[in-house]
Design a protein around this ligand. Structure first.
Ligand code: THU
Length: 191
């Protein structure tokens, strides 16, 4: 009922790239389903295929990152919002850390999928990141919240964010595009 009302208020044109209008310069891609099988906590070894964002487009490595974020979504603990989100973070060394949103009866204690993945990677000794893929069930491209963007920014601004839709399409943006004029660790030295 509520969804119907929302649709009428905010009709979304088909097809799938409706969100692109809000994201000038975004690149678009599509991933096939079930390309690679992987375990939930698989650590992917470094390989030349990871080299730089341009090298990732169309690569098996990117397919894996996209798959891992969808798998992570299935672990979401979101009984309050019923809005599952999954994230998969690629480190400079080629490992993937995934995360899901974890909500709490004390609502403000909930954690987003993106931060779960980052905290897992940091706590395993990784601080250099190349890319993150994010998945949700939303009919539009999932975008990270402001708090997550700031947490990502702590670890650089030049990495890629693959923002996906359930239909397999995605857009890719640099973090500095999603969080321009950001405040980071270097700024503390300028006082
Ligand atoms: N959420 C994420 O985990 N990532 C996002 O990019 C957007 C929102 C979570 C937070 C909360 O558990 C639920 O989605 C609804 O906001």
């Amino acid at each position: 009922m509520r969804k119907q009302a929302q649709k009428e208020l905010n009709p979304r044109p088909d097809p799938d790239t409706s969100g692109l209008g809000m994201m000038p310069g975004a690149r678009v891609g599509r991933y096939p389903d079930g390309v690679l099988q992987s375990g939930k906590y698989l650590t992917t070894p470094a390989s030349p295929g990871w080299a730089g964002s341009a090298g990732m487009e169309g690569s098996e490595c990117l397919q894996l990152l996209l798959q891992r974020c969808r798998e992570a979504k299935d672990c979401a603990y979101c009984p309050y919002s019923r809005f599952p989100v999954g994230a998969a973070l690629l480190t400079a060394g080629g490992e993937i850390f995934s995360g899901c949103n974890v909500e709490n009866a004390c609502h403000s204690m909930g954690v987003c999928a993106e931060r779960t993945a980052i905290l897992k990677a940091i706590s395993e000794g990784h601080t250099s990141f190349r890319a993150m893929a994010i998945a949700s069930d939303m009919s539009d491209f999932i975008v990270p919240c402001g708090a997550c963007r700031q947490v990502m920014r702590e670890f650089g601004t030049d990495w890629d964010l693959y923002l996906t839709k359930p239909d397999g399409t995605y857009i890719v943006k640099k973090l500095h595009e999603l969080l321009p004029l950001s405040f980071g660790p270097e700024d503390l030295q300028k006082a």
